[in-house]
Design a protein around this ligand. Sequence first.
Ligand code: GLY
Ligand code: MN
Ligand code: MN
Length: 537
Amino acid sequence: MRNLIVISLFLFLTSWFQAQEVPNDFLSADFHKGRRQEVRKAMPPNSVAVFFAAAVRNRANDVDYIYHQDPDFYYLTGYKEPNALLLIFSEMQKDKAGNNYDEVLYAQKRDEKAEQWNGKRFGVEGVKGQLGFERAFNAEEFLSSDIDFSKFENVLFFDFKNDFRDTNDPADIFDLIRSFKEKSNYPSDYDATKQQLYSMIKATEVENSVNVAQTLGRYLNYYQELKSDKLLVDFVEAEDDRSRIEIKEKVALQLKSNNLNSAKLEEIMNTLREVKTQEELVLLKKAVEISAVGQIEVMKAMHPNMSEMEIQGVHEFVYKKYGAEYEGYPSIVGGGNNGCILHYIENNKPKVGNDLVLMDLGAEYHGYTADVTRTIPATGKFSKEQKQIYDIVYNAQEAGIKASVVGASFQAPGQAASKVVAEGLMKLGIIGSPMEARKYFPHGTSHYLGLDVHDKGTYEAFKENTVITVEPGIYIPEGSNCDRKWWGIAVRIEDDILIAKNGPVNLSEMAPRTTVDIEAVMKQSSPLDNFNLPSLD
Ligand code: GLY
Ligand code: MN
Ligand code: MN
C-alpha cells in the first residue's frame, strides 16, 4: 500500500513538473460543436452551408504573412490551419455505406516534410480526436468527392474576395474553391452584391418598400456599376406599390434561377456572433485586461524622449508576456498631430516631446481581440488646452457608456456622445454651430468586439452579452479653422463595454481614464526606467 502511494505521488509530481507544451484555455470542442448546431438551426430546410478557411497571403518572395484563420471558420471549428473546408447540412445525410452525418470537415493533409518546415498539422486524426469532428477527410478528398450541390434548395456560402492564389499544394484553398464552383455550377458572372440586394427586395414588406427603395437609391448612387442592372433601377424608380410588387416577383424568379445564396450566411453569422457565450467572454475579458495593463505600464514608462515605436513595443511586450499571440489590428501610437490620423500605423516619430500621445492598441488572446485607447501627455501633466479637450471627450464617453443598455438602439451611445462633443466644442469657441462638430469627431462611436475588432453583429437594439466599444474623439489637425492653441491636439478614449442585464460593465476600466488618475499613474516608477541599451551610433 505504501509503495502504491509513493508511486502515485511520483507519477503526480512528474506530470506536474512536465513542461506544458501549449496553453490549455482555448475554446472547447463542445463550444464549436454547439455553434455549428446553432448555424444548423438557423439554416433554411434542405440546405448546405459551405465555409472556407482563410487564404495564405504572400508578404514577399517566399515569405507569407503570419497565417490568421477566418474568424467564422475558427468560431465553428477551432481549426487554425489553412486549406480547409467545412460543410454543415440542415438535415442528416447518408453516405453510400449507410452512415449518417450532418457536418464534414475537410482538413489539410499531414505531410512530414511540410511539417518539419512549417509546423505541425492536425490532420484528419487530430480533427477527430482534438476538435471532436465525427466525420473528417483530407482536403484532397473534397476534390474527388461526388457531392451533389444541385439537390439542395439553398447552397449557403460567403462569396469569394479573389485574394487567394494557387500554390504547389494540389488541394489548397484555390483548388478547393475552384472545385466548389465546378460542383455547384457557380455562374462566371455571379455577383454577390446584386444577389444580396435582390434578397433584400424580395424580403421587403410592401408597406416598407418605399423606404427600402430610397436606401437602395442612395446605394446605387454610390456604387454606379450597379446602375446597369435594370431590376434594381426599376425598383428604385417605381412609382406605385403595384409596380414594386411586379419587380419583387421578377427578382424572386431571378433568385430562383440557381440555388446559390451568399446573403443568408451573413445574416446567420451576424446574429450568432453578436451575442457572446460565457466561454467567449472569459477570453475576451482576458484580452481586454491584458491591453489595459499595457496602457498602465506605458503610463509608468512614458517620457518625452521615447519614440512612438518604442511605446508600441512596450504595449506589445506586455501582450506577449501574458501569452496574447497577436495584436488584433495594427497598433496606433500617434504623438500630437499624428493622433489626428485615425488609423495612423507608421508610428515612426523619433521623440514624442511635449505631445499628447494617442495609443489605440488591442491584444488578441486566443482569437479574441481588445480595442482600448488612452491619450496621455508625454510630460506626465496635461496642459490647460489638452485638459479642456480631454474632459469633453471624457464626458462624451461617460454619456455614451451610460446609453449602452439592453434594448437601446445601437445608435444611442453615438447620439449621446456626439451631443456632448458638439456642446463642448461650441463652448470653447472651436465651432460656431453643432453641425460643424463632425469635422473634429469624424468617426462612429461604437462597434461590436469579438473575434474581429470590428466584429459581426446585426446593429439592431442592444442585446444582453454583447460587447461594444465606446470611443468618442476630438481631433484638431494643424491648420484647422480655430485658434492655433488647439492645433495638434488629438484625443480618443476607447473602452470595451459589456452590455449586461444590470447595465454596462466597463471591461477596460483598469486602465486609468480621468486626467487626475492618469497623471497619478504617470508619477509611478517603471521597470523600464533602468532599461538602458548601448548606443549603436
Ligand atoms: N482600433 C480601431 C478602432 O478603434 O475601431
Ligand atoms: Mn474601436
Ligand atoms: Mn481602437
